[in-house]
Design a protein around this ligand. Structure first.
Ligand SMILES: C[S@@+](CC[C@H](N)C(=O)[O-])C[C@H]1O[C@@H](n2cnc3c(N)ncnc32)[C@H](O)[C@@H]1O
Length: 286
């Protein structure tokens, strides 16, 4: 895969993503609430250093900045557009930004809290585990790793996105089929998040960073949209993005979206999209 392709697939539209920021930010709000419930109301205000992995346009960072007013918050993301949007959100002097791929990111010093919402499911399975192990080892003793990942790759809205791309003899078919193997193998987060015990086992293995406790849970939020087109727009803000990038022009892109939308109508007659979300909190031994 050429580097230029690689870069192209890493870009986002913060405006499209934030169109449904109320739904998207629920993950960070929920994870923060969980930390307060688990460690007490004094925990977050006393945290010194937070690393946010895949911080995006600043929506989840704003929640962290509000909850951890005394912390230095370091946001790591590889997308130019997302980082610019986050910087423009003026989240305060305690928030810093690092552009980089999590695959190669090394913390310069230990952190008290490593936090991530709506991001690590974009990584391939082995890379995701390797990053989580590296991050867990970088925590200060007693530090906390708190991670949320949507796990929706087998939901109809995702299946239909792939199925629509695979239809033959449509205007968009050549855009996908010539390079189908490369596209479907390399570009997308087709690896499901998997069960929580996978993450527990991966952290338990780390002899130089013993695990003290591990909690996990699964949520099934239901997002209600005004129309099927709004569900399409929701998907355009995230998972549909690499598919639309693959299509060669706007007219063809619109034809693909229109076919995708008509397929969604059969699955979501009430315009309600169900999402499976997996989260865990792991604490490093003191
Ligand atoms: C959907 S946004 C999440 C935004 C925010 N954290 C939230 O909860 O809504 C996912 C972010 O993860 C970033 N990301 C995905 N894979 C990454 C990687 N390998 N390295 C760095 N950032 C990555 C993307 O650039 C994007 O900004």
């Amino acid at each position: 895969m050429a580097d230029s392709d690689n870069e192209r697939y890493h870009e986002w539209s913060p405006a499209e993503y934030m169109k449904y920021s109320n739904f998207r930010t629920q993950a960070a709000q929920g994870l923060i609430r969980r930390l307060a419930d688990q460690f007490g109301e004094d925990y977050l205000p006393n945290v010194n250093t937070v690393i946010e992995l895949g911080s995006g346009p600043g929506n989840s960072t704003a929640e962290l900045a509000r909850s951890c007013p005394n912390a230095r918050i370091i946001c790591v993301d590889r997308s130019d557009n997302m980082l610019v949007a986050a910087m423009e959100a003026n989240l305060g002097p305690n928030v810093e930004f690092v552009q980089g791929d999590l695959e190669h990111y090394i913390l310069e010093a230990g952190a008290d809290l490593i936090f991530s919402t709506n991001a690590l499911h974009w990584l391939r399975k082995d890379t995701r585990i390797e990053i989580l192990q590296r991050m867990f080892k970088s925590l200060c003793p007693g530090g906390v790793l708190a991670v949320h990942m949507p796990d929706n790759v087998r939901q109809p809205a995702h299946d239909e996105m792939r199925a629509t791309a695979r239809i033959t003899f449509m205007e968009w078919s050549d855009d996908f089929h010539d390079r189908e193997l490369r596209f479907f193998r390399e570009k997308l987060d087709v690896d499901p998040v998997g069960e929580a015990f996978i993450y527990h086992l991966a952290l338990k293995k780390l002899e130089d960073a013993p695990i003290m406790s591990f909690q996990h849970w699964i949520d099934f939020p239901q997002y209600r949209f005004a129309s099927t087109r709004d569900i399409v727009d929701w998907m355009k803000g995230a998972e549909l993005r690499p598919y639309l990038d693959e299509i060669s022009n706007d007219n063809i892109r619109e034809a693909y979206l229109s076919e995708y939308e008509s397929r969604l109508k059969a699955h979501y007659p009430t315009n309600t999209l169900l999402s499976t979300q997996k989260s865990f909190v792991a604490v490093r031994e003191m």
